[in-house]
Structures are given as structure tokens and as C-alpha cells.
Design a protein around this ligand. Structure first.
Ligand code: ADP
Length: 268
């Protein structure tokens, strides 16, 4: 562009003086986009819980309220304040990842105990049994084990949240030849066809009557996708409305080789 403009100027008869300013707009455009995103979040996502908090605080401050009613109001305030806090920390997490400022600790580790530990933490909670099916032996990946744990928690908590009335979630770790594939399966609400292309979008929530009462930020799956892709993997799902969903996280295998029972050669 610069060259094109310089040629244009050369050919001009500059009777009046013009000031031409050339600059790279990419960074500014990115900053603008962030600002716009933030403005839209503040106006839509933060205002609703805040309005509800303010409303109930006003009542508690200025009206006589019976103790049992006051307790109900305070519970709502507590719930909405928690929602705000989760929303802000999820949003900041995602922002950090998107801007490439998230640091990952990449080390080889076995997926097997990680998956089993996460599953154990959810087993027998909220009336759910977590079924586990993992291969024998080690399932090595080179990734960030804290982030993988975070992803698994996210997917299991969704599986439970979106299968009200069910009692079971199944977790599998499968050998996908070049990859290890972790699957989280539920037998719950499932995902409508028209929502499928949007599932990993920021703030996207399925707006069906079957789940309007279920709270969330619409950022959980966006965070999962960002992390998995940063770690060189893939995330996808199968789902049938009314039958259930399975989310898959696919990570490249990592190979270790031992020589003479002593030396370990790491192949990247
Ligand atoms: P949140 O749960 O906070 O709304 P997510 O990004 O985790 O946000 O999920 C986005 C939407 O996808 C949810 O609103 C929900 O309707 C749908 N969803 C996610 N996981 C499941 C699941 N296991 N079964 C059915 N629907 C799901």
C-alpha cells in the first residue's frame, strides 16, 4: 500500500499541503475488537446478575423483610455474585489464551491416572456414578497435565449438568493409533442440530426450554477448545437430542523408547 500511495502522491499537483499518515492498523484493530467484545459483555452478561444483586440489596436495605425471606434474597445475591465471579475469571482465562499469553508446562505424562483421578472426584457426587474404561499400561502424551485436568473437569461437569435426572456418566480412554482419545459420555438432554455448529463459540448457550433453568456462562467449551488446540489436539462431539452426548478430546501420542533397560530416548 505504501508504495501505491507514494506513487499517487508523486503524480499529484500538491497545491495545498496534505498530511498523509501511514500506520499499521492491525494492532489497533485487535484492540478495538477486544474493546467491542468487552462492551458487549458488560452490557449483556454482567448487567443481568448485577441488576439482580442491586435489586435485592435495595430491598434488604430499605424495607422490612422477614428473616426467612431475607435469607432467600441473600442466597440469590450469593448465587448471582458467584456467577459474576465465574464469568469474569472464565472470560479472563479465555482472553489470556487467545492472546497467546497463557503459559503451558509441557511434559510427557500418563493420561491414565489423570483421567482416573478426575473421574474419582466426581464419582458418587450429585447422585452420579462415573464409569471408567481405560487401556492397560501407560498412555503417554506431551501436554500440560493441569490443563488436561481442567478440561476433563469441565466436560464431566457439563455431562452431569446437562443430564438432569440421570445417574451415570461414562469416561473412556481409547487408543486412536497416533492419538489418545478421551471420551466423556452422558445420557442426558443432547444437543439440537441447529446448535451443533456453535457449541464452541464464546458465550454460546443452547436456548431450549429444557435447559433454561441450568446456569452457566457459555465459556466452558470455548476454553476447552482453546486449550486442546494450543496443546496440538482436537475436540469434537457426537450428540442426539434427547438421548445424550459424547465429547472427545484427542491428543497426539508421545513415544518413549528404552535401550538396554537403562537409557531412555525421548522421541519428539
Ligand atoms: P455453559 O455450560 O456455561 O452454558 P458451555 O460452553 O460449557 O457453557 O456449553 C455451551 C452450551 O452447550 C450449554 O449452554 C449447553 O446447552 C450445551 N452443552 C454443553 N455440554 C453439553 C452436554 N454434555 N449435553 C448437552 N448440552 C451440552
Amino acid at each position: 500500500y505504501m508504495e501505491m500511495y507514494m506513487n499517487m502522491i508523486k503524480g499529484m499537483n500538491l497545491e495545498n499541503y496534505h498530511l498523509f499518515v501511514f500506520r499499521d492498523r492491525t494492532e489497533e484493530e485487535q484492540a478495538d475488537q477486544l474493546k467491542n467484545e468487552f462492551v458487549s459483555i458488560v452490557s449483556h452478561e454482567l448487567r443481568t446478575p448485577l441488576a439482580s444483586i442491586l435489586g435485592f440489596v435495595e430491598i434488604l436495605l430499605h424495607r422490612e423483610v422477614k428473616p426467612e425471606k431475607a435469607k432467600k434474597y441473600m442466597e440469590t445475591i450469593h448465587r448471582e455474585a458467584n456467577r459474576l465471579s465465574n464469568l469474569i475469571s472464565d472470560f479472563l482465562d479465555l482472553q489470556r489464551m487467545e492472546s497467546g499469553k497463557q503459559n503451558y508446562t509441557l511434559v510427557p505424562f500418563d493420561m491414565n491416572p489423570i483421567i482416573q483421578n478426575v473421574a474419582k472426584q466426581w464419582d458418587n457426587k450429585q447422585g452420579y456414578t462415573i464409569g471408567i474404561d481405560v487401556p492397560e499400561g501407560v498412555c503417554l502424551v506431551r501436554a500440560d497435565s493441569d490443563r488436561i485436568t481442567q478440561i476433563m473437569h469441565n466436560l464431566i461437569s457439563n455431562a452431569i449438568k446437562y443430564s438432569p435426572g440421570q445417574e451415570r456418566v461414562d469416561i473412556r480412554l481409547m487408543d486412536g493409533d497416533t492419538h489418545w482419545i478421551a471420551a466423556v459420555q452422558d445420557y442426558g438432554l443432547g444437543i439440537p442440530e441447529e446448535s451443533k455448529p456453535h457449541m464452541f463459540g464464546k458465550f454460546y448457550r443452547v436456548d431450549n426450554s429444557d435447559r433454561r433453568q441450568i446456569g452457566g456462562t457459555g465459556l466452558g467449551l470455548a476454553i476447552v477448545k482453546e486449550i486442546v488446540e494450543d496443546l496440538g489436539g482436537e475436540v469434537y462431539f457426537d450428540s442426539i437430542l434427547g438421548k445424550g452426548s459424547t465429547f472427545y478430546v484427542k491428543l497426539p501420542k508421545f513415544h518413549l523408547r528404552t535401550l538396554d533397560n537403562k537409557i531412555v530416548v525421548i522421541e519428539d
